[in-house]
Design a protein around this ligand. Structure first.
Ligand code: PBE
Length: 270
């Protein structure tokens, strides 16, 4: 089909993930910025969105999803992120680690490891792909850690192998595939030096709130400067931003299968 027909073919619906996610909020912004008055975002979850993508893809039907990199969907399907001349989705950004106030004093070794945690887009993709191939999340994290001892030893540099001494830590995350991968890896490394780590899945806002309130020790799920700008603005005075754990390769965008005949979000304007 032609770009102009796609609106009717998909009922002017963009398939999204959870309403608290930055990528859904940016998509609502795009609908505004490009004056796509008839369009709306249907919220669901990361797996439900992929299921809708898969259904459309099997039939080469048009479909619009709220996409982001890194994500295994770009390995599994031939997809394009549409041009965004209005910049509704922001530029490439980083994923940051945040820690609660007091963590450095109370668990200095855990704090040190969280502060040192840094990996690349390809690393995160490896873990995500394994999980997608039905490897258990903890096992995929263990496999990556085993294959990357040199990287991990930089994160644990100077930390004793039983530094954690059975102390408990909690990490907050949303069940996005990216964050399931990163949280399992850092949890694995913290456990390897003797901490007991609990990973708590929640909606987006509570991730920030839990670290701000001190109910959680840390989160590695903070996309900045664009995706989580509003949450970060609300809570940043109450937690510590430890900087990027994945400096490059994070990008949001309106995403379609490559077989569709469309380049830019602007092409949806009627
Ligand atoms: N994501 C994955 C999140 C951040 C991590 C892109 C789906 C979001 O849009 O908030």
């Amino acid at each position: 089909g032609e770009a102009a027909d796609y609106g009717e073919e998909v009922d002017h619906t963009i398939v999204g993930i959870d309403g608290g996610s930055g990528v859904v909020q940016s998509t609502e912004q795009a609908i505004d910025d490009y004056e796509l008055d008839e369009w709306s975002v249907q919220t669901s979850s990361d797996p439900a969105m992929i299921q809708e993508l898969d259904n459309a893809y099997q039939n080469e039907d048009p479909v619009f999803i709220t996409g982001w990199t890194p994500h295994w969907k770009f390995q599994e399907y031939d997809l394009e992120i549409l041009d965004d001349p209005e910049d509704s989705y922001g530029d490439a950004e980083s994923i940051h680690t945040i820690a609660r106030e007091g963590l450095e004093d109370e668990h200095p070794d855990a704090y040190q490891i969280l502060d040192n945690f840094e990996w690349a887009e390809e690393d995160m993709e490896e873990v995500m792909l394994e999980i997608q191939d039905d490897v258990d999340e903890a096992e995929a994290a263990q496999n990556w850690v085993d294959a990357n001892e040199d990287v991990v030893s930089e994160w644990t540099d100077g930390v004793d192998e039983d530094a954690g001494d059975g102390e408990s830590l909690t990490l907050s995350l949303v069940a996005w595939d990216t964050e399931i991968a990163s949280t399992n890896v850092i949890a694995n490394v913290l456990e390897s030096v003797g901490y007991e780590v609990e990973m708590n899945q929640m909606e987006a806002n509570p991730v920030f709130q839990s670290v701000a309130d001190g109910d959680a020790d840390a989160s590695v799920a903070v996309w900045l400067p664009h995706t989580h700008e509003d949450y970060h603005a609300d809570y940043e005075d109450e937690y510590e931003d430890l900087g990027p754990n994945m400096p490059d390769g994070a990008q949001l965008g309106l995403t379609v299968p490559a077989y569709m005949d469309i380049e830019s979000i602007e092409d949806l304007q009627e």
